[in-house]
Design a protein around this ligand. Structure first.
Ligand code: SAM
Ligand code: SF4
Length: 369
């Protein structure tokens, strides 16, 4: 059944406008397209949360005491995850699948899930976002299974600061995990860092120094209002502009000319401050300015929570359940259509700077970052 939905006006000059935007502007959701929304964007990048559990307690994400985690029966099983990845890639045009959480390495069947997804006819690029605890013992198996790329979250290389931010003294394990990736043949590991005022905001340049020396691309993420403790404060958060200002005390940052192509990070080429004009480039650094320089116009993401719910946006207040219908016997076409409907209703943006913005009930760890 084709569902007719009202269509908001297309934004003029929107970078989201594409060939399919015209279809959207006519107000009828196409019955058999990819994951098109009513603003003309098409999601091709799928984030799948594998669990809401985690072995760290990052202050900007989880409360110290943890959260009431979902019972195993409510979480997607391996075959259900692989089926949804197959529908996404073969029917809905998804090209990239990123596994996240909570902490995806806590899934004992992670290697098998990746192997199954890598065996799909329309094989997507497969990546993982992880805190890297326990990665050192599994990197080879994950690479052999078909894992293409990894983003490791690491906010500091100071052990004391790490223990304060994550509430666990595990920095060494994370560093071992990062080293194991290169040994397993997984290159171009990216490091994700959140700068927290008064905690590690004076350590950004040191972290960049470390990342450049190791050949990793560091990306600073603006802290978002997605923490369970509701500590986020727009007035004191470290903005992208402030990050650039502080990094520029030690480095020269030049915006990278390559097209961004839907990537959340704005990339900068890095040289040491004061180096000769023809001095060496040390690498690149990314800044993900989700709050102050939002990139919603070009968002290409769709998300599945660990319980099999579609979230069209990190900041959605609603979810569309796919797991329930699947367990009740829904066929692939029916599941695909539910997914399309959910994405058609994607809002134009997260609305963080609008009066009346409300933080979603579920924190980042439960949605899947
Ligand atoms: N546990 C894994 C990890 O930390 O990489 C995967 C899940 S975690 C929710 C995914 C990403 O979300 C991490 O890079 C983390 O730093 C980021 N994140 C969590 N809470 C955030 C927040 N309030 N603002 C910005 N980024 C956040
Ligand atoms: Fe766990 Fe990742 Fe959240 Fe930290 S950011 S508490 S590692 S889910």
């Amino acid at each position: 059944m084709t569902v007719m939905l009202p269509v908001p006006q297309m934004r003029s000059g929107s970078s989201a406008a594409s060939g399919s935007a015209e279809t959207a502007a006519r107000g009828i959701r196409p019955a058999a397209a990819g994951l098109l929304d009513s603003y003309g964007r098409t999601a091709t990048d799928l984030r799948i949360s594998l669990t809401d559990k985690c072995n760290l307690r990052c202050t900007y994400c989880m409360p110290a005491e943890g959260l009431p985690f979902q019972p195993a029966s409510k979480l997607m099983q391996r075959d259900e995850i692989v089926r949804l990845a197959r529908i996404a890639t073969e029917v809905l045009g998804v090209r990239q699948v990123r596994f996240t959480g909570g902490e995806p390495l806590l899934r004992k069947d992670l290697v098998e899930i990746i192997r199954d997804v890598a065996a799909l006819d329309a094989r997507p690029e497969i990546s993982l976002t992880t805190n890297a605890i326990g990665l050192s013992g599994r990197a080879v198996a994950l690479a052999d299974a078909g894992l293409d790329r990894v983003n490791v979250s690491l906010d500091t290389i100071c052990p004391e600061t790490f223990a304060i931010i994550t509430r666990r003294p595990f920095l060494e394990r994370v560093l071992k995990g990062i080293d194991a990736l290169a040994e397993a043949g997984i290159r171009n590991t990216k490091i994700n860092a959140v700068l927290i005022p008064g905690v590690n905001d004076d350590q950004g340049a040191d972290l960049l120094e470390w990342a450049l020396a190791g050949g990793h691309q560091l990306r600073f993420i603006e802290q978002m209002p997605l923490d369970a403790d509701h500590i986020w404060d727009r007035d004191v958060m470290i903005t992208a502009a402030e990050m650039r200002r502080r990094l520029s005390e030690r480095f020269e940052l030049t915006p990278d000319a390559a097209p961004r192509d839907g990537a959340p990070a704005e990339l900068y080429r890095v040289k040491r401050r004061g180096a000769a004009a023809d001095g060496p480039e040390l690498g690149t650094v990314g800044i993900i300015a989700s709050v102050t320089e939002a990139f919603c116009d070009d968002c290409r993401r769709t998300r599945l929570t660990a319980e099999g719910g579609v979230r069209s946006c990190l900041f959605s207040h609603t979810e569309t359940d796919l797991l329930g219908p699947m367990r009740a016997g829904a066929g692939d076409d029916e599941v695909a259509d539910l997914w399309r409907q959910a994405m058609w209703a994607k809002p134009s943006g997260h609305g963080m700077s609008l009066a009346g913005f409300q933080q979603p009930d579920r924190p980042m760890s439960a949605i899947g970052g």
